[in-house]
Write a protein of this length. Structure first.
Ligand SMILES: Cc1ncc(COP(=O)(O)OP(=O)(O)O)c(N)n1
Ligand SMILES: Cc1ncsc1CCOP(=O)(O)O
Ligand SMILES: [Mg+2]
Length: 212
């Protein structure tokens, strides 16, 4: 069953901090229409991470967007987030479920349909695939093909596409079945973050019109 906290298909903004203007940058992405916002910060600065996560949680609540904490179940708990994203090195779904109850648990499936099947059966709420294109943020990321998106349609869970997404390749991912487009650099390094977010958000309103 689709998790009730998951928004309709749309832009999944992922922060590229640390950056001094993190909160205004995230606010601009939300103003532009991001449906989900993930806090992705690989530093070990626990006090700053706690403070930023709490601010972003409040910001997302004000915009009606889902706030997702990357990697860190305890940080999600501490800031009241109702969603976490876990990759292969970030602990398992059962442990996250035990701590977070019925929160949204999203998982990375990379280029691996079998892993996606296994994690769907283990209780994941969405499945993320990619990198679909060369990623400036994660150049070494495993690469996935558009066929993987088509082939994962039967798994019955919302699917996220990530990795090197830009305006010129985004529509192909939506056409192949992506419910959410997870974007870091093209969004958060844009000169006008709200306008960049709005352009991604529009892809989904036109997809809905086309399929209606
Ligand atoms: C939506 C989404 N998809 C994939 C990832 C990557 O997760 P992971 O493999 O754990 O890598 P890091 O992001 O932790 O470096 C993600 N964060 N979000
Ligand atoms: C976290 C992650 N996992 C696979 S690619 C990627 C980074 C995506 O960032 P960008 O949108 O800048 O390519
Ligand atoms: Mg991770």
């Amino acid at each position: 069953m689709r998790h009730p906290l998951l928004p309709p298909p749309g832009l999944y903004a992922i922060t590229n901090g640390p950056r001094p203007d993190l909160i205004p940058a995230a606010a601009a992405a939300l103003r532009g229409g991001a449906a989900l916002l993930q806090y992705r910060d690989k530093t070990a600065d626990a006090p700053r991470r706690r403070e930023e996560a709490a601010a972003l949680q409040a910001l997302c609540a004000a915009h009606g967007a889902l706030f997702v904490v990357n990697d860190d179940i305890e940080l999600a708990l501490a800031c009241g987030a109702r969603a976490v994203h876990l990759g292969e090195d970030d602990g398992d779904i059962a442990a996250a479920r035990a701590r977070l109850g019925d929160a949204v648990i999203g998982v990375s499936c990379y280029d691996d349909l079998e892993r996606a099947r296994r994690l769907a059966a283990a209780g994941a709420d969405y499945l993320a695939f990619g990198a679909f294109f060369p990623s400036p943020t994660k150049p070494q990321a495993r690469r996935a093909s558009l066929d993987l998106l088509r082939d994962s349609a039967g798994l019955g869970l919302p699917r996220v596409a990530i990795g090197g997404i830009r305006p010129d390749n985004a529509a192909a991912l939506v056409a192949a079945g992506a419910d959410y487009l997870a974007v870091i650099s093209d969004l958060f390094e844009a000169p006008d973050i709200a306008a960049a977010a709005a352009a991604y958000a529009r892809l989904f309103s036109s997809a809905r019109k086309t399929s209606a």
